[in-house]
Design a protein around this ligand. Sequence first.
Ligand code: AMP
Length: 394
Amino acid sequence: MKILSVNAGSSSLKFQLLQMPEEIEISSGLVERIGNKNAEFTLKFNGNKQVLKDLVVLDHSVAVDLVIKGLLQNKVIQSLDEIDGVGHRVVQGGELFKDSVVIDDDVVIKIASLNDLAPLHNPANIIGINAFRKALPNVIQVAVFDTTFHQTMPKENFLYGVPYEWYEKHGVRKYGFHGTSHQYVSQLAHQRLNKENTKIIVAHIGNGASLTAVLNGKSIDTSMGLTPLEGFPMGTRSGNVDPAIFQLMQQKEGYSLEKTLNELNKSSGYLGISGISHDSRDIVQAAEAGNERAQLAIDIQAKRIADYIASYYVLLGGLDALVFTAGIGENAKEVREAVCKRVEVLGIKIDAELNNSRGDKEISRKDSLVKVWVIPTNEEVMIARDVIRLQKHN
Ligand code: AMP
């Protein structure tokens, strides 16, 4: 059975074609700079990589056509009938979606009703859904939300200390994101712990980053909030700040609300603190070469992550495993080390040599009271699994 996992952004379309239930990648690819005349299409299949440049891709339907033609022309599939289902990543499911869902017209309307909560993401996700529904009208399409895994959070953890009517009237609350990743990784950690009741913290640290406290397989708290801006500093996002910053920046620099919000989303975090780059590789390299602000970017992020770990340790009533995942969590040993040395007091101890090696591995020392693992995430597989689960009930 072949399932397509799709992640549509405002100007990009990422996909992976998976052989299920074996969970083997058949092909993957990316269309970048949609809406431009210099779009790029990358397709990987059978160990080959094809890159087409300077394409005119004015919208997502053209991008979907490119993907489908690419798969057919390169004989990755012989016909469209081979695609048994499509799973779409949707960022915001609000309180409307407690689980993944088979897409119909009503579901699309409901997702669109959440656009105000995720203006940077949901509209793009819907464009991707519509384009694939048009191209593959007879194939089951499933929406998998970043937020559903966190719908198990109790009220005292997801509500803010603001007027209650804001929640009732406008849905102002913490939703959390990266749910498919937190779920995938925590399920693996749960299995490895090999006991019924488990206390796990997942540190998904990529360009966007969040921490989740997982009790017996369920998310009970997470660092991202109403939007992915909340939490600790990321590649370009600030994480938590005092909201009074908005007024000060208006007075001092004449910044509009939108301008400050944009700066907090796009010019902060690693990039803003270091003044060098949003990419952890550049930051680590600069810090090693003695750049103080690059080192500060790593230290500020690590300090804030340690704050969350300590807080979730208390919330969970202890900790069995801390798991690092995503681009930085999986690859940047310096970031893992900077975090772990700040939480040693909790009995979390990593081995420098194990931390230095690559891949799926345990990096904790024998005398650590908590297992520390690096587990590569796989959101595409999680999405494909949900397509199959819902296909069975459809
Ligand atoms: P993601 O958002 O999960 O794709 O992660 C993107 C981040 O992962 C970027 O900051 C990259 O610098 C970082 N990253 C990816 N590969 C490596 C690597 N080999 N070493 C260090 N950081 C990496």
